[in-house]
Design a protein around this ligand. Structure first.
Ligand SMILES: [Zn+2]
Length: 214
């Protein structure tokens, strides 16, 4: 199964949760790249060069990472992808890999969250200048606006959480991912889950969508 959704959609939390319930690996390419870089593997060294330049890691590197991961014994019973594929080229490479393994994709879940809600979630983070404690204006606000509960320090918004940066991230996502939605819809694999509202409601909707057999 693949989980697709914009940054801030909350798919990571739900994907981890469902993978644990099913006893299958939660395969998040972002985490895997950071681990490969930290471990200094040849692939990690390769990926690091791109990441240091702020460039996207090329499809073939990502696909190699996925191929290695799928070869591990815990992936025999299935797997849940989070943050992969991101491009049509990656989706096609994945399809070939899975055909070779005889484990085709069963479903692609799209987390649909409005842009207004994504902006609210992604721009709400505030960080204490003095001690680094993180708050969120909606989900974990400080007792007094602009002031750290722990040390009384001043709270500020990081540059990468600013509205203009967040809008750019969302645009990049839109450009890359809209074609993927069509790609999987045409293959009859796409199910949309409404990603707003209480976490428990989203979880229930997700399980229903994920466990339904087409
Ligand atoms: Zn503080």
């Amino acid at each position: 199964m693949v989980f697709l959704g914009p940054p801030g959609a909350g798919k990571g939390t739900q994907a981890r949760d469902l993978a644990e319930t099913w006893g299958v690996p939660h395969i998040a390419t972002g985490d895997m790249l950071r681990e490969a870089v930290a471990a200094g593997t040849p692939l990690g060294q390769d990926a690091r060069r791109y990441m240091e330049q702020g460039a996207l890691v090329p499809d073939d590197v990502i696909v190699e990472l996925i191929q290695e991961r799928l070869g591990k014994p815990d992936a025999k019973r299935g797997f849940l992808f989070d943050g992969f594929p991101r491009t049509i080229a990656q989706a096609e490479a994945l399809s070939t890999l899975l055909e070779d393994l005889g484990q085709p994709l069963e479903r692609v879940i799209f987390f649909d969250v409005s842009e207004a809600e994504l902006l609210r979630r992604l721009t709400g983070r505030r960080v204490c200048r003095a001690c680094g404690t993180t708050y969120h204006l909606v989900s974990s606000p400080p007792g007094r606006a602009g002031v750290c509960d722990r040390c009384g320090g001043e709270l500020y918004q990081r540059q990468d959480d600013s509205e203009s940066t967040v809008r750019t991230r969302l645009q990049v996502y839109d450009t890359q991912t809209a074609p993927l939605l069509d790609y999987y819809r045409k293959r009859g694999l796409l199910t949309t889950v409404h990603g707003e509202g209480p976490v428990e409601t989203i979880r229930a909707a997700l399980r229903q969508a994920a466990e339904a057999r087409s």
